[in-house]
Design a protein around this ligand. Sequence first.
Ligand SMILES: C[S@@+](CC[C@H](N)C(=O)[O-])C[C@H]1O[C@@H](n2cnc3c(N)ncnc32)[C@H](O)[C@@H]1O
Length: 217
Amino acid sequence: MTAADRYQSFARLYDVLAGEPVYRTGRLRGIAGLRLRPGQAVVDAGCGTGLNFAHLEAALGPGGRIVGIDASCAMLDQARKRIRRAGWANIDLVHADLTAIAPTNLADLVHEAAPQVDAVLATYSLSVTGDAAAAWERILALCAPGTRVAVVDMQLPTGPAAALAPIAALACRLGGSDPSAHPWTLLEHDTPDTEASSLRGGHIQIRAGTPSRSPQP
Ligand SMILES: C[S@@+](CC[C@H](N)C(=O)[O-])C[C@H]1O[C@@H](n2cnc3c(N)ncnc32)[C@H](O)[C@@H]1O
């Protein structure tokens, strides 16, 4: 079963099961790392049902733009409902598999909505894709010099919090996340100015910065 298949089945329950009391703090830290200004354009890579949208809207204002990308139609349907309910007029959704679409095709789709991408956010999505390195190449394809990127993702807790590893492992299994994927290391590798932090006993890892590498040809 692909990650997108998994999310097809439980999209309508995602917001209830997403554990926001635990994980919201990570998305807020990641968004802060983007240093957004009103009017900027942000890509939400693996946007799911759009749990980042309200926070991004608060930072960008109505003059900003959000482009959400996801491989699951059912998750995008939920995101569409959220957008309609909130009355946001500055969000576009793109149905694409971040590990498979040709990077130039993805860039074309995104640039139709946002000719300049100021920031890219990936919260709890890269560890679910099954091939975080491939998804990272697509993220790089969206970046221009100066584009900020934040990756927020999960591993098993460490140190004194390691006792909670079985609960964290269950959360990862339910969400289809590979806790050994460590996708933030991809950002670290390509981003000399990486800012790093963690939350919840190391379970949530946050990295943000300005990647300096172009995608592989
Ligand atoms: C755990 S959810 C995170 C959703 C959202 N970013 C959040 O913070 O709540 C993971 C999301 O990644 C999406 N996803 C998984 N593999 C993907 C891929 N290859 N390309 C695009 N999206 C993918 C899933 O459909 C799902 O919506």
